[in-house]
Ligand binder design. Structure first.
Ligand SMILES: [Fe+2]
Ligand SMILES: [Fe+2]
Length: 272
């Protein structure tokens, strides 16, 4: 059964308490938007695929690696018919989000399925053996408009952590799908970020992101957006007052070449 954690129309919060969430099921984050991740209590590195159900169309965001594919696929197909899936957004070319795309394509059997990404990433995603056509955001005004009129806006996030990595802003839900940015690492994982998540983000960003210069310019870029929630591909979902707290934290976080004095400083987070 799908757990709802969104808001009532009145604006009253109906958040389900974290301990009541069943991570083995899809969890509704906002109207029509679901978390489909696989929770492994022994792992510090968790991936968060998401799905947007929008009328007849379904968009999957950063689906899965091969190891998590069975769990993610069973969640997807418990909710939607394979042929409804029209787009798969791939924020960059990493295996934790792209490796299962060929398996997903075989299951979907929708000839008009599009892989939504930047052209610089598409040349690498090609090597997974994908067969669908690409929808290249840089050739489409960084926008994808669904049949309902819902608009997904894409923004480049140079060198974080791929030269042409992108993030997605859904104008309808005011959700930023932030890919690796705002990701966190910890065995003490929760679906929703609480105070202290900043340190989990630091553990991830120090070794993954190139420098504060790029991080800061990204935070400046998203500042004008009206962001209700941030849905990263790793770590926890950020909402409420944690949105501004996490933005401020990353704005001044030193990472990558700002540190680089020792491997321990950069990669000390790697679990034993
Ligand atoms: Fe990545
Ligand atoms: Fe990732």
């Amino acid at each position: 059964m799908v757990k709802k954690t969104g808001k009532k129309k009145s604006g009253m919060s109906m958040a389900v308490k974290e301990e009541k969430l069943d991570y083995n099921e899809p969890i509704e984050i906002s109207e029509g938007i679901y978390w489909l991740g696989f929770y492994d209590k022994n792992a510090a590195f968790h991936s968060n695929p998401y799905i947007i159900k929008d009328g007849d169309e379904v968009v999957i965001i950063d689906p899965a690696g091969i190891t998590e594919y069975p769990q993610v696929a069973s969640k997807i197909f418990s909710m939607v018919n394979p042929s409804q899936i029209t787009h798969i957004v791939l924020h960059h070319q990493d295996p934790d989000l792209c490796a299962a795309v060929p398996m997903l394509e075989n299951a979907i059997e929708n000839k008009s399925l599009k892989l939504v990404t930047h052209s610089r990433a598409s040349v690498l995603i090609h090597y997974y053996g994908v067969k669908s056509d690409f929808y290249l955001v840089d050739k489409n005004n960084y926008t994808l408009t669904l049949k309902s009129g819902r608009r997904l806006k894409f923004m480049t996030t140079p060198f974080m952590h791929f030269p042409a990595a992108i993030v997605t802003y859904d104008e309808t839900s005011k959700i930023l799908f932030s890919s690796d940015i705002f990701g966190g690492l910890s065995k003490d994982w929760k679906l929703y970020a609480t105070e202290g998540y900043q340190e989990q983000m630091a553990a991830f960003h120090r070794g993954y992101m190139p420098s504060n210069k790029f991080l800061r310019s990204f935070i400046e870029k998203i500042k004008p957006l009206n962001i209700e929630m941030i849905l990263p591909q790793h770590g926890s979902i950020i909402k409420g007052d944690m949105v501004s707290k996490c933005m401020n934290f990353l704005k001044s976080l030193k990472c990558g070449i700002d540190l680089a004095s020792s491997d321990k400083e950069l990669y000390g987070w790697i679990p034993k």
